[in-house]
Design a protein around this ligand. Structure first.
Ligand SMILES: [Cu+2]
Length: 128
């Protein structure tokens, strides 16, 4: 076998083995990472976050991307022991958790953001 044929054969083997292996590795990595759901905190529309309710699955990793339309808010889900800290206007805060029980878990703004503060609240609904 000539040297050029050997190099060609090696390239074919590399393409046939490495390409599928890369695809499988990528798929495994992407299924391990939860898809992020977005929640926008705001003082408009009676303080209802967008969306006011977010549905997730029990036992599945939840990823929430949080932001604010207007002022700095907080984000706390007391019953799940989650405090995302300050949610700044135009910036993103990402949190992840895995709910182990079903139910409705209310979240509230934890920073006195505006006269609408007490209305800035919503729910994470964990389903079976
Ligand atoms: Cu507030």
């Amino acid at each position: 076998m000539k040297k050029i044929e050997l190099v060609g054969a090696l390239l074919v083997v590399l393409v046939l083995v490495i390409t599928p292996a890369s695809v499988f590795a990528y798929q495994a990595a992407s299924t391990a990472t939860a898809e992020c759901k977005t929640i926008i905190m705001q003082t408009y529309e009676n303080g209802n976050p967008i969306p006011a309710e977010t549905h997730v699955k029990k036992g599945h990793k939840v990823c929430l991307r949080l932001t604010s339309y207007d002022v700095t808010h907080g984000f706390v889900i007391s019953d799940l022991g989650i405090d995302a800290g300050e949610i700044h206007a135009g910036k993103w805060t990402q949190i992840e958790f895995t709910p182990n029980e079903t139910g409705t878990f209310n979240f509230v703004c934890s920073i006195r953001c505006s006269p609408m503060h007490s209305r800035v609240r919503g729910a994470i609904i964990v389903e079976e």
